[in-house]
Design a protein. Structure first.
Length: 178
């Protein structure tokens, strides 16, 4: 009886440190809203002056389209099938923004033949920082979601093992003697 109470207490203590909220699902909603808003605002003329959104981030037509095309699925997947495919979406987002970040750096490096940074280069740098942030955050959220999946499977195995232990007793759980 005391061992059972100790085991239950230990299990509750272990569960306390597990993240049980579906991280990939809520991240998909958050990044989906952010990217969609960023893409839509890029097309609004009085917010985007001279190809720069709010005076901070470069906003070209292709970048705006990429932001909308990658943001809308995140919002849709949050609501569709209880976020079943959000982990795959987050992984794809990491790879897409790796390509977008690389392309942005390539374009920035070939703007002109001058050396050194100018004040007009800051929107390109901040735009690349947003792309890099989405890429890195997506990769980290994918890793965390994968660990959550492992935690769920471990809990299922532990429940199965406890059931087998109760059904058959300790004789099936001991190692054979040498």
């Amino acid at each position: 009886m005391a061992n059972e109470d100790l085991a239950q207490r230990q299990q509750r203590e272990d569960r306390r440190y597990l993240v049980t909220v579906p991280v990939a699902r809520y991240y998909a909603l958050l990044v989906g809203v952010f990217l969609t808003a960023l893409g839509i605002l890029g097309f609004v003329p009085f917010v985007t002056k001279g190809g720069v959104l709010l005076g901070l981030i470069v906003a070209t037509r292709p970048w705006n389209i990429i932001h909308i095309v990658t943001g809308v699925p995140g919002i849709a997947l949050f609501f569709w099938r209880q976020g079943r495919y959000t982990k795959t979406y987050v992984l794809l987002l990491a790879f897409i923004y790796l390509a977008v970040f690389s392309a942005g750096n390539f374009i920035f490096a070939h703007l002109d033949n001058s050396y050194g940074l100018r004040f007009t280069d800051i929107p390109y740098i901040l735009g690349s920082a947003v792309d890099a942030g989405v890429m890195l955050a997506s990769a980290l959220v994918f890793a965390l979601a994968s660990m959550q999946r492992g935690d769920v499977q471990t809990e299922k195995f532990r429940a199965y093992f406890r059931e087998q232990l109760e059904r058959y007793g300790n004789e099936r759980t001991r190692l054979p003697s040498a």
